[in-house]
Design a protein around this ligand. Sequence first.
Ligand SMILES: [Ca+2]
Length: 340
Amino acid sequence: MRRLLPPFLLLAALGAQDAAPGKPLAKAVEEHVGMTWIVGGEAVLGSQNGDRDAPLHRVKLDGFWIDTTEVTNAQFAEFIKATQYVTDAEKKPSPEDVPDVPQDQLFAGSLVFTPPPEAVDLREFWQWWQFTAGADWRHPTGPKSSIEGKDDHPVVHVSWRDAQAYCKWAKKRLPTEAEWEFAARGGLDQNLYVWGNEQLPKKKWQANIFQGTFPQQNTLEDGFGTTAPVTAFPANRFGLYGTSGNVWEWCEDFYRPDGYGDGKQLAVNPKGPATSYDPMEPGAVKHVMRGGSFLCSDVYCLGYLPGTRMKSTPDTSLCHTGFRCARTAPAPAGTTPATK
Ligand SMILES: [Ca+2]
């Protein structure tokens, strides 16, 4: 049975690395294992489609490190093993957190994409999002599912708070929204896609998104119905994988529709607004998510375009949302600083 989502999830988002396995954490941190140095410099960020919450604006960033891929199940498992951390999806919500939900409906779980059998009104996202008891990072589609054989897939059902805990353990941090988009574009400023302006170069899909009739029929032209291995599709020009599609990625910043560049002044190392505000859910604190997921398509969700923003509350977890980490540290030896 489909059930109503708890209020704190109702308007939830729709839509790497650190210690390499077997490598001591301290050594991995020192060597930035699985990370890519982003030189920094100036770029134009924002939506090519005129999204009102993502005006084109110029930024200037210092160099930084960022995970080469989304954080994988194998990496997250190392974190859990080392810390015994329990994710939000694995905890039963407290009545204080969700006072409108009857006690007998409080259970641990997460939001799972559950395609309806036939066409539905695309405004009714609750038709395909189901709060599923027992869904969590180890059980992506519910208690009977597993991540066996998916060590190299991105971890999902990770809340912003969970991502923070992982970052702290890995001696990293979440990227700022500006860092995320700067890195995701790979230097292709004002292009529509992270790989250029043509959706299907040489008729090949460049990212794990949704083909077919959303949400009921995925034709799997790109080969994947849910998550794909983090390096399944080509890297961008900075060598980063998965910055378009596969899973949404949490950023550090609060979300505000007017919080991402004013289009006039050069923003230097912007860290986002000081407070959060989402007019669709004014009482909720939200953080930014970027990059889109395996559920994106031109019909429904353009989140896989590098200028598109999404947001959700810090306790929300979903089957299509993960993260990658960043780190502030000196450049690799011999690196030439950005010239502009
Ligand atoms: Ca991604």
